[in-house]
Write a protein of this length. Sequence first.
Length: 213
Amino acid sequence: MCVTYTGREAMSAPSGFRHIAGALDRKAQENLCLEIAEVLRSAPLYTPTMPRSGKPFSVRMTNCGPLGWVSDKSGYRYQQAQPVSGNPWPPMPEQLLGLWQEFTGFAAPPEACLVNWYGPKAKLGLHVDADEAETQAPVLSLSLGDDAWFRIGGLQRRDPTERILLKSGDIVVLGGEARLAYHGIDRIQPGTSDLLAEHGRFNLTLRRVNVAN
Ligand code: MD3
Ligand code: FE
């Protein structure tokens, strides 16, 4: 862990965590919104359910790219087919492939882009992303729409956490130790952005799933 001093308090963030505030300008954000609208036409948002309990997530999801992350009563996994229609996921927009290259520098392209939609009341509990065989590749996250309080801790659930406000156009790159850190979204702040027609937030996470060779 590396300790960084912000002037007011010492924060202990896992190494390999990069927050690039304002990475995308307004025009780039608007272009991405159009691309997401296109993805949603062939892969509508669905409500995932928790393994075993079958309890619905408050976050709605879809994916683009060759693989998509899904969750239902039988568990979490990546798959080529959409869970509702059985169709393949739509292709990943070029703009996203460019951002992956620019911000991660990872040679192999991402295989999955998970699109999370947060309505005004949605949240995502503290969890670790551990469904990818490829753990050397970073994860790239991109926020669009309303501000969100993101929480990140350490490798253990009991480790101390800190809160970071993610705004529209921000990118977070998780590599190294941070790749396996506990994290989640406490809540969004409805109405803090006018990018989207409705109150809410999109988060896109780009991931390499299989080990590149
Ligand atoms: C830290 N998404 O999809 S993005 C997820 O805003 C997820 O929708 C949140 O957690 C969201 O799994 C947070 C930032 C993020 C993404 C992946 C991470 C942080 C991460 C992977 C490891 C550690
Ligand atoms: Fe996650």
